[in-house]
Design a protein around this ligand. Structure first.
Ligand code: NDP
Length: 266
């Protein structure tokens, strides 16, 4: 890329605003735990079920992506279609399959603060718009030759590894509860996850998420890619630390060697 900007003034302004949101998110989450899951359902305000919360929060990402993708300059170019496919894969899972498969603990059906949904709505439409417009038109380096560029190939590989880690780790967490809710009565709400990358870190699902967005940033070689990686890291690193502290205090036998997020390092 010759310059950080694309030359489209609306796009570049929204991109600059999106990037500025990263340090603001870091500062905001320094002072509070995001109220969903184990840290949700406590304060005042509207709360919804985790299933509905996840679905509503993520929905603007695929909708805005599809809307702006087909308004781009070359939506039917093979390289653009490759990124469209990657997005459909990611958001078919995150928006629809993940909430649908979620096993909600009996008695904890209103733990997802609507504040989290509304905060997510600041990010998910921007993410959809910025990525779609870039891959279907504004990304000048994205032509047929990009298919053989080492950044695309390495990025795609890293993305797929990350996506595989997400699928596996979310599934490990899901299987800590019985599929049939009537069999969950009397069981503890939480257990220690085991297997896969949970052997090494408390937050294997976040490791997968950050790996996937690193791959996307590399494969697109773009600032919209940097944006989603940066905003995800700003969200997930404080949450990973809070989860780690929570597991250690909730389970006296929690494996001491398990790191927070990066095996053997952190
Ligand atoms: P949740 O905390 O909502 O957990 C997902 C499900 O697993 C919930 O049903 C939760 O139950 C259950 N669960 C979690 N831990 C346990 C446990 N120890 N025992 C039994 N059940 C458990 O969502 P996550 O924070 O895990 O995030 C979900 C996905 O979204 C991840 O893949 C993550 O990477 C991604 N994500 C991405 C973000 C981004 O900025 N890109 C931001 C946040 C998440 P309960 O609801 O009762 O806690």
């Amino acid at each position: 890329m010759k310059a950080w900007y694309t030359g489209d003034p609306v796009y570049d302004t929204i991109l600059a605003g999106a990037l500025a949101l990263i340090p603001l998110t870091v500062a905001g989450l320094f002072f509070m735990e995001t109220p969903y899951g184990r840290f949700g359902g406590k304060g005042k305000g509207l709360h919804v079920s985790p299933r509905l919360g996840w679905f509503l929060m993520e929905l603007p990402a695929p909708l805005t992506f599809l809307f702006f993708y087909f308004r781009g300059g070359h939506p039917y170019a093979p390289i653009s279609l490759a990124f469209l496919g990657l997005w459909c894969l990611h958001y078919a899972y995150r928006t629809f399959t993940f909430p649908a498969l979620m096993r909600v603990a009996p008695g904890y059906r209103s733990t997802f603060s609507f504040f989290v949904v509304a905060s997510g709505w600041l990010v998910t439409p921007m993410h959809g718009y910025l990525s779609a417009s870039f891959v279907s038109g504004l990304g000048r380096h994205l032509d047929a030759s990009w298919f053989t560029d080492a950044r695309f190939l390495a990025g795609l590989f890293v993305y797929l590894v990350g996506f595989g880690i997400i699928l596996h780790s979310d599934s490990v967490l899901r299987q800590l509860r019985p599929k049939d809710p009537s069999k969950a009565a009397g069981l503890p709400r939480y257990q220690t996850p085991r297997g896969g990358l949970f052997r090494f870190v408390t937050n294997a699902q976040f490791l997968g998420e950050l790996t996937a967005w690193t791959g996307f940033a590399l494969a697109t070689w773009s600032l919209p890619g940097v944006f989603i990686l940066g905003i995800s890291a700003a969200n997930l690193i404080p949450r990973a630390l809070a989860n780690h502290r929570w597991y250690r205090s909730a389970f006296p036998d929690y494996p001491r060697e398990r790191k927070v997020l990066i095996p053997f390092v952190f």
